[in-house]
Design a protein around this ligand. Structure first.
Ligand code: ATP
Ligand code: MG
Length: 483
């Protein structure tokens, strides 16, 4: 009988439907969907030559490149599962993930080649020289099959392997486009890592929608701005730190009118940067999502861009969001844990039934993030539950304090954590990277003007830089160790 849970192989179908459209622009060269499909078929046969088969789990340890894209698709053509490894991890951290995911073989960029005991490692140059072996390539994908495994960023603790099905990716792409729409000539800037869901989801959307990608091997504000100004990019995915750099590099210049969406996610969006974008008429769409939701689960629709400044918007069409505290649904404006539901949400963590059962209850996924919904159902993300500072019974969200300090012209970067205190339980403490001379007392006075007194950091430590992970996220747990 017909399998209703099946779609055609996405890239293959795309290459059949619109073969000549731009798939990827990389290092100044354009590749159509047909070009890409052909490169992928060849690579799949090379992978088959080294014995990669249906059901195998294969690690990819690569930086963004055309070759990485080819490998991702080729593994899908073979019915093998991609494990996208973070290139900034140490060998020890990588080995832990490689064993955890039971990886059969690791494919890596030549310069990233490391010996993993008991594991087969194949460098890209070795793979490129492989002969081809005839292989049965998948004409279709089963939506319930796991397509990719991606470890969470490990911001709050040890990373967990998130299983992402074809269906998760499919619904994520559909939910995104039902909100952002699709325009003739749309082209997405991919300058975030492909090994994170922010990057991989752009690749999936490109083949599902039939739109082009401008692929950057790493982020450079100058290159990103150039792509938007001169290469027809209409949508870009960024995190706050990237957007900051891009605004600075842009100076008094602007983006063309055709640039219609700066999708800003991955972490809190400080108000000053949103306001700066408003002044420059840069269309910022704040979005909220995570590895477990296969990218966005809520995004602020264009018509609310200004009236709901600071909100991460409403759920995407296929998704639902609730706020829960003490086991009950909160009323509007009441703070609690953000819980979500939708076909883009992971079926669970790899080999972690405990973590899965803790996160997924009654079909709802408990995100570990705190937030609230206003009367109209717009989501405001406050911070991670684990980063909340409770001081004298009052809740302090480090992200709010950081945003204020960051708006000081002499501050380049800042991280706030709770410090043990006999009287208050915890008090906020700030680690500050300065761009120019400023004293602790000046910063304190600045904060007192904008924040309730209990939220003002009791101490400031000036540092050279802050600990951030590969997605540029602040590692507050490292800061706590610095205290
Ligand atoms: P780990 O789960 O291992 O601690 P991580 O949660 O940082 O790592 P990701 O899945 O990459 O790993 O990040 C998702 C998280 O990023 C969300 O749960 C949330 O805490 C944060 N985040 C994403 N978007 C926003 C946003 N718009 N505002 C505030 N925080 C956000
Ligand atoms: Mg997480």
């Amino acid at each position: 009988s017909a399998n209703r849970n099946e779609t055609p192989n996405w890239l293959k179908q795309r290459a059949f439907l619109t073969p000549d459209r731009l798939a990827i622009r990389y290092e100044g060269k354009n590749y159509s969907f047909l070009d890409l499909h052909q490169l992928v078929e060849k690579r799949a046969r090379q992978l088959h030559q080294i014995d990669i088969k249906r059901g195998d789990t294969v690690g990819l340890l690569m930086k963004n490149s055309l070759e990485m894209v080819i490998n991702i698709h080729a593994l899908m053509y073979l019915g093998a599962v991609n494990v996208l490894l973070n290139t900034r991890l140490t060998a020890g951290e990588l080995l832990w993930q490689i064993n955890d995911a039971n990886i059969k073989c690791v494919i890596c960029d030549d310069e990233l080649s490391v010996h993993f005991p008991g594991k087969k490692v194949m460098t890209l140059s070795e793979l490129q020289l492989c002969d081809e072996k005839e292989a049965a390539l998948d004409d279709s994908f089963i939506l319930d099959d796991v397509a990719t495994i991606m470890y969470t960023s490990g911001t709050t603790g040890k990373p967990k392997g998130v299983q992402q099905t074809f269906g998760n990716h499919w619904w994520s792409a559909i939910g995104s486009v039902l909100n952002l729409g699709l325009k003739d000539g749309d082209c997405w800037l991919l300058a975030v890592p492909l090994f994170h869901i922010s990057g991989l989801s752009i690749l999936m959307r490109s083949v599902i929608y039939g739109i082009g990608i401008v692929l950057h091997s790493s982020f450079s504000a100058k290159e990103a701005n150039r792509a938007i100004k001169n290469e027809g990019v209409t949508i870009a995915s960024v995190v706050t730190a990237m957007l900051n750099d891009m605004l600075q590099e842009l100076g008094s210049d602007t983006y063309p009118k055709s640039f219609r969406c700066m999708l800003l996610g991955g972490g809190p969006a400080p108000r000053p940067i949103l306001e700066q974008c408003r002044e420059k008429e840069i269309p910022v769409f704040q979005t909220y999502g995570m590895t477990e939701t296969c990218s966005q689960i809520a995004t602020l629709a264009p018509e609310f861009c200004f009236s709901k400044l600071g909100s991460a918007g409403k759920p995407l069409f296929p998704a639902q969001i609730r706020i829960v505290a003490d086991g009950r649904a909160c009323s509007p404006n009441e703070e609690g844990e953000i819980v979500v539901k939708g076909p883009n949400v992971t079926p669970g963590y790899l080999h972690r039934p405990d973590a899965t059962n803790e996160a997924i209850r009654d079909g709802w996924f408990y995100t570990g993030d705190l937030g609230y919904l206003d009367e109209e159902g717009f989501l405001y993300v406050l911070d991670r539950r684990s980063d909340l500072i409770v001081s004298g019974g009052e809740n302090i969200y480090p992200a709010e304090v950081e945003a204020v300090i960051l708006s000081h012209p002499s501050v380049k970067d800042v991280g706030v954590v709770g410090k043990e205190n006999k009287k208050w339980g915890k008090v906020p403490h700030a680690f500050v990277v300065r761009s120019e001379e400023v004293s602790e007392e000046e910063l304190r006075q600045f904060c007192l003007k904008k924040l309730a007194k209990y939220k003002v950091p009791k101490g400031f430590t000036f540092v050279e830089s802050l600990p951030r992970n590969a997605s540029k996220k602040l590692l507050r747990r490292k800061l706590k160790e610095w205290l």
